[in-house]
Write a protein that binds this ligand. Structure first.
Ligand SMILES: [Zn+2]
Length: 628
């Protein structure tokens, strides 16, 4: 793969050597903002905006959330920086109904281009060198893919903007490199609470009006809003949970170790700079495990297992406060810089708080997921997507949200750690986060930084950096994960499968969820429905409260047509919208010629899913109904 050399040579990074000494804190933050707003950004194929010409720097968002019409009516006012004295500033917009645009208080004629697949429309607003503010009055429509309106006694609304859905509810320069600060005023029904990725209330207001302030610059994909019947419970001095009242106590006890996680993270890679760290538990329709919205992680309730076994998700989202939110991937082609670093950091937090044995089991499961993804992409003839550096031009950035970015990225960083030694690697990472805070990072800039500050040429060639980043599949020097406990589980499984021991003697009750997942996901193909029944009789796996175990169990149930679990399968798919679970279950139904069952369930479930999940499953079931 020699052509990759070319790409490696053309990168350029900005340098910002502003001396920081003798600068007062306020001046420093102004100067930091200025530095950030003037940084030259990489070309991003998923935005219409031209931030190197004219850039938004601060947003005042004034919005009313209307649950009857399921729309948000808003005015977005931006402070702008016309860097090159250009005649128009360009924003991204998708499915928005724009009613008027003003520049410095005067209405102007704007242009909204025709909508293009994935990236939507370019909103061009005429400006001149003296223009200071642009103001857009608009309403969201049914096409607002970021929003999910959840019906119920108390309705709920949440946003999920990553990767490029921010533009479906706020016109914005929707590129990860463009950072803005924001203030917001949000009006909601008076029995509901509003929260954002900002400084948040802890009690409901009397009139349904809330004000928010985010004075640290963040990219548009990290602007978030949730509205619902929400309560708050503190955990530690700077940590707490938000959830609907029927879940708040469970959430608070499940996440009781959150403060320890924050302390462990700070000890590893430097100060947590965002003030408070809170977690909001959303309705089950939330399409992701978690979303690292600054100050306020959004999380799926599927991690509330009752025994704190799935809290690694909180460690993951917390780690994003450094990797992703502080040092951000320049484009979605560099997504592994957000996620690979975060999985590595998550593992280190888990190791610090719960011990190496637990983090190694998680690493082994990550390896199994990675292997499965590699096989899947190979079978789909999509080997190019197994590179860390992606090429997602003309495609949805969601296509890059695979285990490659997360787990191949993780193992690459772990290999660097094992090659240089942990002490050196930790010092390097800490400095990396500190010296690039509030900046963006391209893969090439990172590699240059890595060479300059950590790796010797010998180490670089031993690691085979080039192959890890730009090559397909996984290089043979992938670190070996050592999990004694999984070896014991494998022995037990082999003995049970050979009929040497009874299901009752498996030791299931004493196992962690990781051991259970390992046991179930490695069941041999010879284990048919009758043998699954034996396990179910012994351990009631079909009704487990641990959704990771349930998920791998349901996958096996589909494959072996173990129909006693199908009631649970249906219930799970209709209530849970988390794509990581939902998509593979439908895929497995289709793969095993049970498409009719998949379609029947999907018909009921689809209205409850977020656009992110719908997008994935629609494609699957539409393509099968055509080909069948
Ligand atoms: Zn993540």
């Amino acid at each position: 793969m020699k052509n990759w050399f070319l790409i490696l040579c053309v990168f350029s990074i900005w340098s910002c050597n502003t001396p920081e000494s003798n600068v007062q804190p306020n001046e420093r933050s102004d100067r930091t903002k200025l530095m950030i707003s003037n940084m030259k950004l990489a070309r991003d194929p998923h935005t219409w905006s031209k931030p190197n010409q004219a850039r938004v720097v601060h947003l005042d968002w004034n919005a009313k959330v209307d649950f009857t019409t399921k729309t948000i009516q808003a005015v977005a006012t931006y402070d702008i920086d016309n860097i090159t004295d250009t005649s128009a500033i360009v924003l991204d917009a998708k499915g928005l109904r724009i009613s008027s645009v003003q520049v410095d208080g005067k209405e102007v004629a704007y242009q909204l281009s025709e909508e293009k697949q994935f990236i939507g429309s370019a909103l061009s607003i005429p400006i001149d060198s003296a223009s200071k503010k642009i103001s857009i009055a608009y309403a969201t429509t049914d096409a607002a893919e970021a929003l999910l309106w959840v019906d119920g006694e108390h309705p709920f609304l949440f946003t999920q903007s990553q990767a490029i859905l921010g533009r479906t509810w706020i016109p914005c320069q929707d590129s990860p490199g463009v950072r803005i600060t924001y203030n917001a005023t949000v009006e909601v029904p008076s029995d509901l609470m509003a929260l954002m990725s900002a400084e948040n209330p802890t009690v409901k207001s009397a009139d349904g009006k809330y004000t928010f302030k985010m004075d640290q610059p963040i990219p548009a994909y990290l602007i978030a809003l949730a509205v619902g019947d929400i309560a708050f419970k503190p955990i530690g001095a700077t940590t707490g949970v938000y959830a609907q009242p029927d879940v708040i106590d469970l959430a608070a006890s499940e996440f009781s170790e959150m403060q320890q996680m924050v302390d462990a993270a700070e000890k590893l890679y430097g100060d947590y700079v965002w003030g408070r760290y809170d977690v909001l538990v959303l309705p089950a329709a939330f399409p992701f495990g978690g979303m690292e919205n600054p100050k306020l992680t959004f999380a799926t309730p599927t991690i509330l297992a009752g025994d704190k076994s799935l809290v690694s998700l909180v460690a993951h989202e917390l780690a994003h406060s450094w990797s992703g939110n502080l040092v951000t991937n320049a484009t979605w082609n560099d997504f592994w810089l957000n996620e690979g670093f975060t999985v590595y950091f998550e593992q280190r937090i888990m190791e610090a708080v719960y011990g190496r044995e637990r983090s190694e089991m998680l690493a082994q499961l990550a390896r199994q997921d990675l292997d499965a993804t590699l096989l899947e992409l190979k079978e789909a003839d999509m080997n190019a997507d197994t590179r860390l550096k992606l090429a997602l031009e003309e495609r949805s950035p969601d296509d890059g949200m695979t285990d490659i970015a997360y787990n191949k990225g993780y193992f690459f960083l772990r290999l660097i750690e094992e090659t240089t030694g942990r002490e050196k690697f930790d010092a390097f990472l800490k400095e990396y986060f500190t010296s690039h805070a509030f900046q963006v990072m391209e893969t090439e800039s990172f590699l240059a930084y890595l060479r300059k500050n950590l790796l010797t040429p010998e180490q670089e060639s031993a690691i085979n950096v080039q192959d890890w980043v730009y090559g397909e599949g996984i290089p043979s020097n992938i670190p070996i994960v050592n999990t004694q406990k999984f070896i014991l589980v494998d022995n037990v499984r082999t003995n049970w499968e050979a009929g040497k021991i009874q299901a009752n003697n498996i030791g299931w009750a004493k196992w962690s969820y990781q051991e259970r997942v390992h046991f179930v996901s490695n069941l041999s193909p010879a284990i048919h429905a009758g043998k699954m029944q034996e396990l179910d009789d012994a351990f009631e796996i079909s009704s487990t409260g641990n959704n990771e175990v349930l998920f791998v169990w349901l996958l096996k149930a589909i494959d072996r047509k173990y129909t006693p679990a199908y009631g649970k399968l249906r219930e799970f798919l209709v209530t849970v919208g988390r794509r990581k679970f939902v998509k593979p279950l439908y895929e497995e139904l289709v793969r095993t010629d049970q498409t009719a069952i998949a379609q029947k369930i999907y018909q009921v479930a689809r209205p409850h899913y977020h656009a992110v999940t719908v997008g994935s499953v629609d494609a699957l079931l539409a393509s099968t109904s055509k080909s069948n």
